[in-house]
Design a protein around this ligand. Structure first.
Ligand code: AHQ
Length: 250
């Protein structure tokens, strides 16, 4: 009997199946484990902030792609709000601005982050795969991919709780992005979850939803893999470990 012949999971079991993928969330990746244990050097932390900036600036493009495919006004309204959360309602506010402030507090310049010159090929390919998926998939499938945020609250809480102690050289008020996301994320992800639980009906469709979420978890994991090879293994040619004047590589 193939998957498509199996009876669909009820709503509760379908949600449980989605949440069970959380064990593959990037909080378990060695890069994030080391970050949370205070074991990253300033260069390795800067590398993470500079590379994640590419993910951050692509979130509004991803949400705009979903919006362009979405026929439902109420959902479009939420997608517009997601974009405003990142782009800001005006110059100088919003998630992307908060990420730039985080980078400056870690010793990166705005120009360096905005230039994207630190972005590793593996990070670029993973993020672009996510945006391109959102462009061509049905909007409900693209919303399903955002369900990786089901597992995000703890990783933001860990950063807020630990960075001031583990990375005291990063000004604590620079962690605004994580605070904002803790506030915005849960309603975003519960909205996306309702859409998924309503849209994927048959067992085959539900299994597809699991595959979509697994793809997004792979996007996040692969980003961390690329950073691990470059900034922890120092593997050429992408160990673009920015040697600052007078500083050692670490
Ligand atoms: O800051 C993050 C964010 O705004 C979002 C939106 C959501 C999406 O649409 O895919 N996913 C997401 C995530 C954010 N931060 C990541 C982190 O580790 O700081 C986690 C990431 C996610 O879980 O997908």
């Amino acid at each position: 009997m193939g998957e498509s012949d199996l009876a669909p999971w009820d709503r509760g079991e379908f949600e449980r199946q989605l949440r069970a993928l959380g064990e593959r969330y990037h909080s378990a990746h060695p890069y994030h484990v080391m970050m949370n244990e205070g074991r990253l050097t300033p260069t390795q932390l800067r590398g993470w902030v500079a590379n994640r900036f590419y993910y951050q600036v692509n979130l509004p493009l991803k949400d705009a792609a979903v919006l362009a495919n979405c026929s439902e006004m109420a959902v479009r309204r939420r997608l517009v709000q997601r974009m405003v959360n990142q782009d800001g309602a005006a110059q100088g506010v919003g998630g992307i601005e908060a990420w730039l402030k985080l980078g400056e507090a870690c010793g990166l310049s705005r120009e360096e982050m905005l230039s994207m010159r630190d972005v590793l090929p593996g990070v670029r390919f993973a993020v672009d795969a996510y945006v391109n998926f959102a462009r061509r998939a049905p909007w409900q499938e693209a919303m399903c991919a955002s369900l990786s945020e089901l597992f995000a609250s703890s990783i933001h809480q860990q950063r807020l709780a630990n960075w001031p102690r583990l990375y005291p050289w990063v000004k604590a008020d620079a962690l605004e992005y994580f605070r904002e996301r803790l506030h915005q994320g849960p309603s975003d992800v519960s909205h996306a979850l309702e859409i998924a639980l309503d849209y994927f009906k048959t067992r085959a469709e539900q299994e597809r939803a699991l595959g979509i979420l697994a793809f997004k978890l792979d996007v996040l994991w692969t980003m961390a893999d690329a950073m691990y090879l470059a900034y922890l293994v120092n593997m050429p040619p992408y160990s673009v470990v920015r040697k600052r004047e007078g500083q050692s590589a670490t």
